[in-house]
Design a protein around this ligand. Sequence first.
Ligand code: SF4
Ligand code: SF4
Ligand code: SF4
Ligand code: FES
Length: 311
Amino acid sequence: MENVTLMIDGKKVTVPHDYSVIQAAKKLGIDIPALCYDPSLEVVGACRLCLVEIEGSRKLQTSCSTKVKEGMVVQTETEKVVRLRREILQLLLDNHPNDCLTCQKAGECLLQRYAYRYDVKFREHDGARKTSLMDTSSPYILKDDSKCILCGKCVRTCSQVYDRKVLSFAGRGFETRIVADADFTLEESTCVSCNRCVTVCPVGALIDKRLLGKTRVWDGEIKGVKCKACDYGCNFEVLSKNGKNIAVRAKSPTEGRPLCLKGRMTTELLYLDNPETPYKKENRKFKETAWKEALGLEGVLEKILVEDDKK
Ligand code: SF4
Ligand code: SF4
Ligand code: SF4
Ligand code: FES
């Protein structure tokens, strides 16, 4: 593959010609802030936080959607870039609940991380601020629209799997929201609780509900495991505290892995000290279910019993 060489923040880097500037910067260890970019998703250039200066270009460019070129000279943290990033972050915070103290996402939230990095704070203002807009209908996902920054990652990841495409944007301007199907709750919708959307959400707008109140990233240990339910081997994490495995959560579905509820349930049962009750959706209602049903083993067990009877 053809390579190109460019300069980023005074350092030379050689990368494949189809790399974006943000990918080339990453190779140098330069962390350009990005809210809507994810290497496994279609690039949309929506949040504009990744703006950089490119020599010869009058306008700032989004580094996630700008491809590298031979001889390109890029600056990622100039005064102008930093000023714009601060403005973008301030607008987001002005429209965001001040809930970092109790938010389950604290410590992993990208909005929190960048606000700290660029010293942007919550402030009083006369304009509207989104208040709590929670969908608590799912036992697996807590959806809080008041924390959503409309990056669209959830919509893009949900639509990557054939037959899902549950999430979309609805409304306009300040009223824009992410909705499930025709603005149903997650329970009423066709959502299959795979948690793909939760794994890519950069803020606390989509939270793994089975983790709520149990632990946070800095509190305890996290171990990566592979799902054993099928050959894809999706990545999960087991979270432990005080020597007990207390929760499981899905990791981002990179490399074409689909993620599914059955995999999540299998991983919970295999690793957790006290697995919680599993739930299954039937006729668009969640109901408690037995583990063999949650794992899709019911038919298999019945078949084994019938075979045994014949002997
Ligand atoms: S989503 Fe992030 S910024 Fe918002 S309250 Fe939670 S931790 Fe704080
Ligand atoms: S849990 Fe899966 S199916 Fe449901 S909205 Fe999220 S990505 Fe789509
Ligand atoms: S719910 Fe999360 S991933 Fe989806 S648009 Fe909002 S912030 Fe982005
Ligand atoms: S990360 Fe580039 S525009 Fe959002």
